[in-house]
Design a protein around this ligand. Structure first.
Ligand code: SF4
Length: 263
């Protein structure tokens, strides 16, 4: 008789607040939980430090995926064309494929950190029939405030990059706002410079590629004060307005983009 494979319980840590809170929330509920982190090789230092902290807190290994195959490897494979929102080979190669390889043919329950106040989202759901997704926050009615409380009460708090950036993910992520690029420049000038070199490489090849729409990093830097002032005004206006559905949809950490990277 063929023995049935044991169901694996998997929870991906992205370096963002929601997946961290879910790991804390589930720690004592599912003793067989396996944690993983798909490291793109272009993570912020704050993210890596936070994942190490999480590992200590959880008392279990967080398996690092992608070892030996980082962003630079896939950049070469893609003819040195940088990823964009329309051509997101980065997510496919650095997040989805390593996850599906990690799963293999095992029956898996994947724990997804979508909150109850994000009922309109589904997150990444694999098309592989052996993976089924569950949404504990949605099912238990936990929203953004609850997630912040879980992190505070654990003693871990929010990842440090939240001081200047609203999401985890690669330092050069094309989804980040202009003001976040300015934050990268202030907090990690060497990473900003690396991102700038990618743009210059394209420029020298006669191609016009900018990480942020219609504006190079050099152009952005020239109007740094203006970008910061505009972001401040926007933030103040958002605080004044009562929240409508549209405001929630546009909430700082809630735009789509890369659910598997930012959760
Ligand atoms: S964080 Fe951004 S750049 Fe990195 S894999 Fe995700 S979408 Fe691509």
């Amino acid at each position: 008789m063929v023995k049935e494979k044991k169901v694996r319980h998997l929870l991906g840590i992205s370096g963002g607040k929601d997946s961290a809170a879910l790991a804390i929330y589930m720690r004592d509920k599912e003793p067989d939980m396996e944690y993983f982190f798909a490291d793109t090789g272009a993570e912020l230092p704050e993210t890596l430090a936070f994942v190490d902290l999480m590992e200590d807190y959880l008392g279990k290994e967080i398996t690092r995926l992608n070892a030996g195959r980082d962003f630079d490897y896939y950049l070469k494979l893609n003819g040195n064309f940088l990823p964009t929102a329309r051509s997101r080979w980065c997510t496919t190669n650095l997040k989805l494929k390593p996850f599906e390889e990690f799963v293999g043919d095992d029956p898996v329950i994947s724990y997804v950190a979508i909150r109850a106040d994000e009922a309109y989202r589904e997150g990444y759901v694999s098309t592989k029939s052996n993976i089924s997704a569950v949404y504990p926050f949605k099912e238990d009615g936990l929203n953004k405030d609850d997630i912040v409380k879980i992190l505070d009460e654990s003693g871990l708090g929010m990842p440090k990059y939240y001081d200047w950036r609203s999401r985890s993910g690669c330092y050069f992520c094309f989804y980040q706002r202009k003001v976040e690029w300015m934050g990268l420049h202030e907090n990690h000038p060497e990473l900003f410079e690396k991102a700038r070199q990618f743009e210059l490489y394209h420029k020298n090849k006669g191609r016009n590629h900018t990480w942020s729409e219609n504006e190079s990093l050099d152009e952005m830097l020239m109007r740094k004060d203006e970008i910061k002032a505009q972001a401040l005004i926007k933030e103040q206006n958002t605080l004044k307005k009562p929240k409508k559905l549209m405001d929630s949809l546009l909430d700082d950490d809630s735009d789509d983009g890369c659910m598997i990277c930012f959760k």
